[in-house]
Design a protein around this ligand. Structure first.
Ligand code: MN
Length: 211
């Protein structure tokens, strides 16, 4: 599996790591699976950052309204700079006067795979990404199943516009709203306010009476 370092130049140029607790990147990949994360980010405008690992970095899109499970809904996804894989674990607060200042929550986390059963799934993903027709299958705690990101405007520029669309499968559900149904962190169980206040992660407790 390739672990070739991607382009983190823009990511690093935008941030002052003496001021933000975001990771600078450059660490080693831990899991053989391709990582997936969505972070809820209360910056100047609330949005959801979808990140999918490819070629050693997290390809990233800012989705203002977050994901929809309704296959008839197309959600705008603005392509943003590659992020380091270590970013997937980042949950906390970026200082207000820094780039992306605001609270970040790990809203969903897991892995993802190529949509087809190709001989070389990573190459299929790479080609789909380049073509602007990026099909993938999520294996997250909250989001699963088949999705596509379709590029609609711009290529290689700063603000490529893509659309995030749920494919029709068993995980599609026009009647549910995952963004509203999951107000807490998939990592720590905290709300945005609790993360902003620096409250400790919630311990997962077993149900039922104490013995
Ligand atoms: Mn963001």
């Amino acid at each position: 599996m390739t672990t070739r370092a991607g382009e983190l130049t823009e990511y690093r140029r935008k941030r002052d790591f003496t001021r933000t607790s975001e990771p600078a990147g450059g660490g080693r990949k831990k899991s053989p699976k391709l990582a997936y994360v969505i972070q809820k980010h209360a910056a100047s405008r609330l949005h959801f950052d979808l990140r999918l690992e490819l070629d050693g970095v997290m390809k990233s899109w800012a989705v203002p309204k977050g994901p929809s499970l309704d296959p008839s809904v197309k959600r705008l996804a603005i392509h943003v700079e590659d992020h380091p894989i270590e970013y997937n674990a980042f949950e906390g607060t970026i200082p207000e006067d820094e780039y992306g200042g605001g609270t970040v929550m790990v809203w969903d986390t897991g892995s993802y795979t190529s949509a087809g059963g190709e001989d070389d799934p990573e190459e299929a993903l790479r080609q789909g990404y380049r073509k602007g027709d990026f099909k993938f299958v999520l294996r997250g705690k909250r989001l699963k199943g088949s999705w596509v990101l379709v590029r609609t405007r711009g290529w290689g520029g700063r603000k490529e516009q893509w659309l995030l669309i749920k494919h029709r499968d068993d995980e599609a559900d026009a009647s549910s709203d995952p963004v509203a149904e999951h107000p807490t962190s998939a990592k720590s169980g905290r709300t945005m306010e609790e993360i902003a206040d620096g409250r400790p992660p919630k311990r997962s407790r077993k149900r039922g009476p104490k013995r």
